[in-house]
Design a binder for this molecule. Structure first.
Ligand SMILES: *[C@@H]1O[C@H](CO)[C@@H](O)[C@H](O)[C@H]1NC(C)=O
Ligand SMILES: *[C@@H]1O[C@H](CO)[C@@H](O)[C@H](O)[C@H]1NC(C)=O
Ligand SMILES: *[C@@H]1O[C@H](CO)[C@@H](O)[C@H](O)[C@H]1NC(C)=O
Ligand SMILES: *[C@@H]1O[C@H](CO)[C@@H](O)[C@H](O)[C@H]1NC(C)=O
Length: 280
């Protein structure tokens, strides 16, 4: 049995939402610019789905869905992968007003305006999402290797978490608690890229950045998060010191995943998390 149907379900949900809202952007929602500083938002995360390892538990990966999706759809796809030593944790983002949808509420890890390089970053939302993920990982046994992966906005959250791990802290200064061994980002982008070099300043941060393996994949036909944006995110990461970041481009792939891409993810995780050559 394969997860082929799921690939297209994940692909269509964000597009359907975008098309649905396309004609009417007049919803009055809170914007990124208005007063996020004074009032801390009440953020309530959705349901978390766990896929238990079929073999010996060696690694735990938190996997983050894209805008408007939920943890359930990805958990069903991840369950079909030949990675018996990985426990997958698939949380669901909080439902919150999203600026790119004119303030219409949707499951989102943080707020996004438009998906361009100059769009402002919702740093409070990013910190909260990264903290939720790190907390999910913090209860894993000490000898289990930890990773974060995601699709689209989930990939952006994974990449942001990588920068917090390297810096040793969130943007708000609190200590980042998890020891990450792998980051996977599909069809995503790097938030806060303009301030990254400042964040990865010291020797310790540079050492952690250099030794964190990252796999970033992007479809050349992506019309939601432009290919060029994903490719540039990867270049910024490498030039800032994430020396073990690998970028993979997929011809003809839109804003969704494919069996070819997931095969790459499986091979890469097996290698980077040291899962090869062990019996299940
Ligand atoms: C757009 O949404 C507003 C509510 O915010 C509604 O009053 C208006 O009729 C809608 N327009 C269209 C074209 O759907
Ligand atoms: C999760 O999202 C999928 C679409 O990706 C949808 O079909 C399903 O109903 C959602 N499930 C829940 C529990 O919200
Ligand atoms: C930083 O953000 C995290 C996640 O929202 C939060 O748990 C922590 O208390 C914040 N720290 C400060 C100093 O505001
Ligand atoms: C973090 O994990 C790596 C293996 O992935 C290990 O070598 C290192 O000692 C760990 N660091 C801490 C502080 O636990």
């Amino acid at each position: 049995m394969c997860g082929c149907v799921l690939y297209s379900v994940i692909a269509t949900s964000i597009l359907a939402l975008a098309i649905f809202l396309g004609d009417n952007m007049s919803f009055a929602g809170p914007s990124l610019a208005s007063g996020g500083k004074t009032v801390r938002r009440a953020i309530e995360f959705g349901r978390t789905y766990v896929v238990k390892p079929k073999g010996k538990h060696l690694a735990t990966v938190v996997w983050l869905h894209g805008l408007g999706d939920n943890g359930s759809s990805w958990s069903q796809l991840l369950e079909t992968l030949p990675l018996p030593n990985i426990k997958w944790i698939c949380p669901t983002a909080p439902t919150q007003p999203v600026t790119v949808f004119g303030g219409f509420p949707s499951t989102a890890w943080f707020d996004v305006g438009d998906l361009s390089e100059d769009a402002p970053d919702d740093i409070e939302g990013l910190d909260a999402a990264a903290a939720h993920v790190a907390n999910l990982l913090s209860t894993e046994p000490f000898d289990i290797r930890l990773g974060i992966g995601g699709f689209s906005m989930g990939a952006a959250t994974a990449m942001y978490s990588a920068t917090c791990f390297a810096a040793g802290k969130y943007s708000n200064g609190s200590a980042y608690p998890a020891n990450l061994s792998a980051i996977v980002g599909l069809s995503g982008w790097l938030p806060c890229s303009k301030t990254l070099s400042k964040k990865i300043g010291g020797d310790e941060a540079a050492r952690r950045a250099a030794s964190l393996p990252m796999l970033l994949c992007h479809g050349k036909g992506d019309d939601v998060v432009p290919y060029k944006f994903g490719e540039k995110s990867s270049r910024v990461l490498v030039s800032t010191g994430f020396l073990d970041a690998t970028f993979k481009a997929y011809n003809g792939l839109g804003h969704y995943t494919s069996p070819e891409e997931m095969n790459e993810v499986c091979a890469w995780l097996t290698s980077k998390l040291g899962l090869g050559g062990r019996s299940p």
